[in-house]
Structures are given as structure tokens and as C-alpha cells.
Design a protein around this ligand. Structure first.
Ligand SMILES: [Cu+2]
Length: 229
């Protein structure tokens, strides 16, 4: 009884110390970068007629090349801090749903990508890579999920050989990163304080970079304006 009691006390002390350490690290070590990406041009969204698997794909496909939202915000741009170690990285999950890649741009740390097939039809994952081995693999309707390796940083184009209009991207980035939302805003949390290079990538508009000074425990804002090519 006495031993159990002491073990519990020790566990509480250890948990308390861990929480204190985590709180201290959060307050001193990292800040948030809020990036706003704008595009001063016209959206490029193509529509085309679909005449295959229409019960799942619908009769019209939308190809999102440049999506511009409210206040000229550019969606689907990837904002990353390539030189920062640590930070929060999302697991890579790419779904094929309604004969579209969802999300249009997946952001992930080097490692494994989970590829889902939410449609009850055959898709064929085809990636275009230089740093990673290319993938060209059928995903039949019964195969709801498959795991693929993308271990080197790279922006990988993804298509489907069954449905020619399907287009997506997987951004494999070494540091903390996020894709911009419909308003062109991306928030990256837990970025180590100090001078950091922030990089923006967009599938058709290219790359830009800026240096920011990340303040611990604060939000550092940075804005970009992508130019048309
Ligand atoms: Cu497909």
C-alpha cells in the first residue's frame, strides 16, 4: 500500500515536471508565422466534360490551377520554413473522392503518405518525381487505403491514369509547413524563434522567399505577392 502510494506520488511529480517543461519550451522556444499570400491576377480554373464513371465522378470536372479567393488571397500555396527543426508536421493523407484528389495539395514531412480511395471505382496513382522513386500503381475499388513512401523533400505532381483530369500535388517539406486556405492564409505554429527563411511554392506560379524574425510566443506576420508567369 505504502509502495503504491509512493509510486503514485512519483508519477504525479514526473507528469508535473514534464508539463512544466513543455509549457516552458512552448513559451520560450517557438512562435507562430502567419503568412498571407496574394495573387494579383485572374483565377485559372478549367472545367471539362466527363463521360466516364459519371455516377461517381459527375458530368463535369474542375481543374484548379490558380484559385483566388476573397481579397486576392491565393489558395493552395505551400508556406514552409525549410531550415527549422521541430515544429508541427501533419501526416500526409491524400484521398481520391468524387474523382478528385482531396486536398488538392497535401503537405507532409518526408516519410509515408496514406493514399485513400473513397470512391467505389478503380483509380491509378501516378506520381512525377525526380528526388523520390515515381509511383504508378492501380488502386482498385476494394483497396481503400495504401501506404507509399516519399522520403525526400520535393513537390510531387500526382495524376490518375484512369481519369485524365485528376490532378493533385504532394509537398514533401523538411520543416514545419502549411497550405494556404481559401483566403490565402497559412498559419505555422511552433517555429523556433530567431531568423528563419520562409518559402512559398505554388504549382503554376513558382517560388518566393523572405526572411522573418520569429518572436517566441508571438505571431509574426509575413505577406507575399505571387506574380503570374
Ligand atoms: Cu482516378
Amino acid at each position: 500500500m505504502r509502495k503504491a502510494c509512493m509510486t503514485t506520488t512519483a508519477a504525479v511529480l514526473v507528469t508535473g515536471a514534464a508539463m512544466w517543461l513543455a509549457a516552458t519550451a512552448g513559451a520560450q522556444g517557438g512562435g507562430t508565422i502567419e503568412a498571407e499570400v496574394k495573387y494579383n491576377g485572374a483565377p485559372q480554373v478549367e472545367k471539362l466534360k466527363v463521360n466516364k464513371d459519371t455516377e461517381k465522378c459527375g458530368t463535369e470536372a474542375t481543374i484548379e490551377k490558380v484559385v483566388v479567393g476573397g481579397g486576392k488571397g491565393l489558395a493552395n500555396a505551400v508556406v514552409s520554413v525549410p531550415g527549422a527543426k521541430g515544429g508541427t508536421m501533419a501526416k500526409g493523407v491524400l484521398d481520391q473522392h468524387g474523382c478528385k484528389f482531396v486536398p488538392h495539395v497535401v503537405v507532409m514531412a518526408p516519410g509515408e503518405l496514406e493514399v485513400k480511395n473513397s470512391d467505389d471505382i478503380l483509380h491509378n496513382l501516378h506520381t512525377y518525381s525526380t528526388a523520390n522513386p515515381s509511383i504508378n500503381k492501380a488502386q482498385p475499388k476494394f483497396k481503400k487505403t495504401m501506404m507509399e513512401k516519399l522520403e525526400k523533400p520535393e513537390f510531387v505532381k500526382v495524376t490518375c491514369d484512369v481519369h485524365s483530369w485528376m490532378l493533385g500535388w504532394v509537398a514533401v517539406v523538411p520543416g514545419p509547413a502549411a497550405a494556404t486556405n481559401a483566403d490565402g492564409v497559412a498559419k505555422i505554429e511552433n517555429v523556433p524563434a530567431g531568423k528563419q527563411k520562409v518559402e512559398v511554392w505554388h504549382e503554376t506560379l513558382g517560388k518566393m522567399e523572405k526572411e522573418v524574425d520569429v518572436k517566441p510566443g508571438a505571431v509574426t506576420k509575413v505577406s507575399f505577392e505571387m506574380k503570374g508567369k
